[in-house]
Design a protein around this ligand. Structure first.
Ligand code: HEM
Length: 441
């Protein structure tokens, strides 16, 4: 529905939608630093269609994320509009889904996933060349896909399937990249979905269907995310649609795999730029793991590695923004917002806010050991509030393990001096992320 653009008095209008769409990272960081000390919110002017309200005050961002009664998640992207799953559901359905799935991400389950991550890493590393150039993002996508499917769906993923899913996601992201700000245009101007998109979507469907069918055909399938969903389906109080099993599986597979692979890949980039820190991670890994594979008990001892992961998620957060929309007209920080108005919470810009961080553009993992140079509210790579990322501990464990285990056996040097980032559904590199790898043993 077309909405009339309006600018309430007092709320500054900064730039316009085409500028935001052209280079969102630069635009949002610039606005954050220029206006953040004066205004909690600003509005980006739309030439047509609806405006975008950008939240500059990180504390306000947390308030919005905590307030499910007044704000909902808009369906951003075709995948979310098409699929019913935890990422896209709302209201009572979301509550049901989250309560069914939460127990799969606590306590002993996390320890089990950690062991699976360690085993999978050890196996996957045996497939790496003794030395050579690899597309690091692709290699790590294959790794994280394996870890996700083994942990959450009790099924293995071979290299070929990992590559197919990686390619399908690249196609879906390219499409989204072209259409991200289409969402904000009146419907008549929005572009449709291409045949490449449909084909990539079908790849995800068929991979997910294999996992789901295996569970349905199996008399006594192992306890995992798909079993939890199947059991919930049998509960008369819980309504799940027929397609939901496949949709949930696709959303977990894609949501968990790509973001984690990006985080590990970017950590290797930052370590390549900071060789002394890389040596500290390697020394810690050798000390704690002594050449063996990492396990749950090692996690708390990999402290330098943990700070590297945190700092990577600050400077290059795989989820570079989250968004919300008011359920009905409301007042936010003194500003009137319409129902359905697009409210953007720019995680990337908050993570680089000059007021919140000392030396914000410097990769400094040691800032996490002190309180002086970290901007607590201005750090939320996994979101916050009731819809905070359900897989955050899985992702953090896997990233820590991957850095530690790889670096005790390999040197990894990302060749590019600068990252060329493409803010799409996730924050992806614009092309292959090449790295020279060489075995150390
Ligand atoms: C470094 C890796 C990851 C990052 C940066 C990340 C980031 C996020 C963020 C920012 C949100 C909140 C979105 C919002 O509030 O609108 C989210 C939600 C979610 N994430 Fe992650 N995520 C990561 C890994 C994972 C993994 C490994 C899984 C699965 C095991 C996962 C599954 C989900 C799901 C299902 C939701 C929706 C939760 C809900 O709405 O209740 N994520 N993630």
């Amino acid at each position: 529905m077309e909405r009339e653009a309006h600018t309430p008095p007092g709320l500054p209008v900064v730039g316009n939608l085409p500028r935001l769409a052209r280079d969102p990272l630069r635009f949002l960081t610039g606005v954050q630093n220029a206006y953040g000390n004066q205004y909690p919110l600003v509005r980006v002017d739309p030439p047509v269609g609806q405006s975008v309200t950008v939240v500059l005050d990180p504390e306000l961002a947390h308030e919005i994320l905590a307030d499910r009664a007044r704000f909902r998640r808009p369906s951003v992207g075709v995948q979310e509009q098409r699929r019913q799953g935890l990422v896209s559901s709302d209201g009572a359905l979301w509550e049901q889904q989250r309560s069914v799935l939460d127990p799969e991400f606590v306590g002993g389950r996390l320890a089990e996933y950690a062991e699976i991550a360690g085993e999978t890493l050890e196996e996957t590393l045996t497939e790496w060349p003794e030395s050579g150039t690899v597309d690091l993002f692709e290699e790590l996508s294959i790794l994280t896909m394996r870890v996700i499917t083994r942990s959450l769906f009790s099924r293995d993923t071979d290299r070929e399937r990992g590559e197919r899913v990686h390619e399908a996601l690249a196609t879906l992201n390219d499409e989204f990249d072209a259409s991200v700000f289409d969402l904000l245009l009146p419907e008549r101007l929005q572009s449709g979905v291409s045949s490449e998109f449909e084909a990539a979507d079908a790849v995800l469907d068929s991979v997910a269907a294999e996992f789901v069918d295996w569970h349905l055909d199996h008399e006594d399938p192992p306890r995992d995310v798909i079993t939890a969903l199947v059991d919930a389906k049998a509960d008369p109080d819980i309504e799940l649609s027929e397609n939901e099993l496949i949709d949930q599986t696709v959303l977990f597979m894609t949501g968990g795999q790509e973001t984690t692979a990006l985080t590990i890949a970017y950590a290797f980039y930052w370590l390549s730029q900071n060789p002394k820190v890389k040596e500290r991670v390697r020394a810690e890994a050798r000390d704690v793991l002594d050449g063996g594979r990492p396990g749950w008990a090692d996690l708390s001892e990999l402290t330098v590695t943990e700070r590297v992961v945190r700092e990577t998620l600050r400077l290059t957060p795989a989820a570079w923004n989250v968004s919300r929309e008011p359920r009905e007209p409301l007042t936010l920080a003194g500003t009137q917002l319409d129902e359905g108005e697009f409210v953007m919470l720019p995680i990337y810009a908050h993570h680089r806010d000059r007021r919140a961080w000392s030396d914000p553009l410097t990769f400094d993992p040691d800032r996490w050991g002190t309180t002086a140079s970290r901007g607590d509210d201005a750090y939320y790579p996994f979101g916050s509030g009731p819809r905070v990322c359900i897989g955050r501990q899985v992702a953090l464990t896997e990233a820590q393990f991957a850095l530690a285990h790889v670096l005790q056996h390999y040197d990894v040097a990302v060749t590019a001096d600068e990252l060329d980032l493409q803010p799409s559904v996730t924050l992806r590199p614009s092309g292959p992320l090449e790295a020279e790898v060489s075995a150390l043993d």
